[in-house]
Design a protein around this ligand. Structure first.
Ligand SMILES: [Zn+2]
Ligand SMILES: [Zn+2]
Length: 116
């Protein structure tokens, strides 16, 4: 187990122990949509899309314990909050939840491309 994983587990333990519930902890795993273990996130201020990996996330909450339980601040503009989401592999659209196409397959809610 690497140090990074230990940090993440510690952070998650603090969050869970603090009684916070996070939808991303209970939502079904879609790990194949996460590049290199990171999570796509979009800033609600500068609209920058960026991959946040567990190491960055762990470091942020370690350095900013007062932000615990709140969205991570945008590292690009330091103003906005990051929304966790996914990236459409076809056109690179950012979305937070896939929609279902008529045949039941998951599809991008922005451009309606089929997701793998
Ligand atoms: Zn930003
Ligand atoms: Zn798309």
């Amino acid at each position: 187990m690497s140090d990074n994983v230990k940090i993440i587990l510690a952070v998650l333990g603090i969050l869970v122990g603090g009684g916070f519930t996070f939808s991303y902890l209970t939502s079904p795993s879609e790990s194949e949509d996460f590049p290199d273990g990171g999570t796509w996130a979009k800033c609600n201020a500068c609209q920058a899309m960026q991959v946040i990996d567990p190491e960055m996330r762990g470091k942020f909450y370690e350095e900013n314990p007062n932000m615990m339980g709140r969205p991570m601040a945008c590292p690009k503009c330091n103003k906005g909050a990051l929304m966790d989401g996914l990236k459409c592999p076809t056109k690179g659209c950012f979305y937070t939840q896939a929609k279902q196409s008529k045949d039941g397959a998951p599809a991008c809610p922005v451009c309606s491309s089929k997701l793998p």
